[in-house]
Design a protein around this ligand. Structure first.
Ligand SMILES: Cc1cc2nc3c(=O)[nH]c(=O)nc-3n(C[C@H](O)[C@H](O)[C@H](O)COP(=O)(O)OP(=O)(O)OC[C@H]3O[C@@H](n4cnc5c(N)ncnc54)[C@H](O)[C@@H]3O)c2cc1C
Length: 452
């Protein structure tokens, strides 16, 4: 090929940007990249997942931005693949496509009462507090307005984030980039008790210790743990003996179990061996029924038949994210990922020429931001190795896709548009003494991003 290789990356989360980085940070094969995102703004879950009170983690966007700054990389925001342009059409404009569209849906508990009003997915709560343009604002704001007691189900970092955000005082959230209506709604809640429920024990939980520890340092919330929950059975003891993270987590929870009352106005009840079996209520959540579990020889949870009812008016399930199919791409309906071999998309056991995948939609929703760098690099290595055999795009002119989108009335937001949004958010934040305030309204994002 005499021209540069033209690659589309679908999704501008960490894996998409790391893929663009790996493609353009090598010189053996000249590549130009279009990073396409359905949202008018880049960075995926770094913007719409990572907790807004974790400023240093959110600042990863500054590193990611350096990739979008490159001349060989172009951002096309506000373009949804599968709606505004099809997968087949992408092949017309690009020599290869890397799909990095993440895992945006949530997993369900599968228990009675899950669809009652007041039972919500952490995904929806997170979208709302991060200012996602598609947030279910009315649903979340009515769900959190009146409850005094809340159950958060799950023992990963997302459950910890959600618990922390619900338990923090307005002063503890004031410095974040949360939209003002979010800060106002959180300040107006009446929550006094949060129950963080895990099916298994502290030795099986997937928290990271730093995040876990923060729960014990909240200004207005005391943390309560029943000492019986930190008595380790032999299987859990063996885990703690061989895994330093688990050992540290257990140490943190054990220290909490020794704390006496502090007189703080709110309580966080961290409960292990508690499997949710039913959410009770007539038309709204009134309580959750949990079953005490024990750990079997494989570290799994086994019910003991001992039930307990906890009065709560809000249940937030945080039991994992889930990838969704994209029309025109194969999909593994059991693992909820795009089937692939080393990042090459596979259909009926055969690699599809010119199609690649990276990040959460490649390997499932696990791993931290950094995990996606290695993962995206491995996919890019496969693509570059295949480069001599790729079928060239029929229409490689970079302006051709823009013309198609314009003919469909799709106003793509460019990198310059994103920079305008970025500046507007910084100015909005400064007007309130903060570093930044997220603009949550899609029309406003598009208005600012398109300079209209
Ligand atoms: C609530 C939460 C908190 C987290 N906190 C941390 C943390 O503190 N530290 C940490 O290291 N990791 C954290 N993670 C994990 C981290 O965010 C992920 O590892 C990472 O974002 C996955 O990257 P990705 O690019 O695969 O997916 P995503 O970040 O989800 O990016 C996917 C992108 O694809 C776009 N997209 C989707 N469909 C389409 C389509 N059809 N057309 C065009 N674009 C599309 C989306 O808009 C999005 O921008 C957190 C995750 C969650 C869910």
């Amino acid at each position: 090929m005499t021209r540069s290789l033209r690659v589309a990356v679908v999704g501008s989360g960490p894996s998409g940007i790391y893929a663009a980085d790996a493609l353009t940070d090598q010189t053996a094969i000249p590549v130009t990249v279009d990073v396409i995102d359905m949202l008018p703004v880049p960075y995926g879950l770094v913007r719409y997942g990572v907790a807004p009170d974790h400023l240093s983690i959110r600042s990863v966007r500054n590193t990611l931005q350096k990739v979008l700054d490159r001349d060989s990389v172009r951002f096309l925001g506000n373009v949804e693949v599968g709606r505004d342009v099809s997968v087949a059409e992408l092949h017309h404009f690009y020599d290869a496509v890397i799909f990095t569209y993440g895992a945006a849906s949530d997993r369900r508990l599968g228990i009675p009462g899950e669809d009652l009003e007041g039972s919500i997915a952490a995904t929806d709560l997170v979208n709302w507090y991060c200012g996602h343009p598609n947030a279910k604002t009315d649903l979340i704001e009515s769900a959190i307005a009146t409850p005094t007691a809340v159950a958060v189900i799950g023992v990963g970092n997302v459950a910890v984030d959600v618990t922390r955000v619900l338990a923090k005082t307005p002063a503890e959230l004031e410095y974040t980039d949360m939209p003002q209506h979010v800060l106002d709604a959180l300040a107006a809640t009446h929550i006094t008790d949060v129950h963080l429920l895990g099916r298994r024990g502290p030795a099986q939980a997937s928290f990271t210790t730093k995040e876990l520890r923060e729960l014990g340092e909240l200004e207005a919330t005391e943390v309560i743990v029943n000492p019986i929950d930190v008595e380790l059975d032999p299987v859990s003891q063996a885990t703690v003996d061989s895994d330093r993270v688990m050992a540290r987590n257990v140490e943190v929870v054990r220290e909490w179990s020794t704390r006496g009352p502090t007189g703080k106005p709110q309580r966080l009840h961290v409960r292990f061996f508690a499997r949710p079996v039913e959410i009770l209520g007539t038309d709204h959540v009134e309580a959750i029924v949990i079953e005490r579990t024990t750990i079997d020889e494989n570290g799994g949870a086994v019910g003991t038949g001992v039930l307990e009812t906890i009065p709560v008016q809000l249940v937030v399930r945080s039991v994992g994210y889930r990838g969704l199919p994209l029309e025109g791409l194969p999909f593994d309906t059991e693992r909820h990922v795009v089937p692939n071999a080393d990042g090459r998309v596979v259909s009926d056991g055969v690699a599809v020429s010119g199609e690649y995948v990276a990040g959460w939609i490649k390997r499932g929703p696990s791993g931290i931001i950094g995990t996606n760098k290695k993962d995206a690099s491995a996919t890019v290595a496969a693509l570059l190795a295949d480069a001599p055999t790729l079928s060239p795009a029929a229409e490689p002119d970079p302006e051709a896709i823009s013309a198609l989108l314009a003919s469909r009335g799709v106003g793509a937001i460019t990198y310059q548009g994103w920079q305008a949004i970025d500046a507007a958010e910084i100015a909005l934040g400064a007007s309130r003494g903060r570093d930044r305030t997220t603009i949550h309204d899609r029309d406003e994002l598009i208005r600012v991003g398109s300079g209209s």
